[in-house]
Unconditional design. Sequence first.
Length: 195
Amino acid sequence: MAVSRTLFRTEAATDIDDDRLARYLAAGALCATPSEAHGILCGLMCGGDADPESTWLRQILPESEAGDLLIEERREALAALARLTREELEASEFGFTLLLPDDTRPLAERALALYDWVRGFLYAWGTLDLSGAEPSAETREILRDFTDVTRMDLDRLDEDEQNEEALTEVSEFIRVAAMLMYQERVVARAAASSS
């Protein structure tokens, strides 16, 4: 599935290009950016939502009437992105990718996208019913660290090597932290309940 233009790293694995993805999301009630929408999806998945894909689609797509082909097209394309994300989370940690602009984009654009991703993740986490499933101390610490990321001063980002390295380190921390949360809250709980 070739994509004519790839600003976002995971688009090559789906048939939704970045322009279509942005248009689909702009039509929804949240008007989420692609990175923010992916953060919401990952937050729902990592938090253990019973049906994260359906919850996510309800949140980011407008209500549709039966037979609305445009909404159905959007729903199918976004569902493919959701399936890809779940597959990545369930695979090894090297397979999971944050939906962010690639490294050829300006530093400020990539930092804003990372901020949006984390903000989306925290938004989703705030919508979850966590009764009876208190997060571990490690998860609570990760959520505090994510909150700190949303306090980044994006107005003072110079395009220099130090900021490039810092953004790479923060992005990698967030990617690995999301994987850890998914393993703890979804995979480990599923294994415990089946034994």
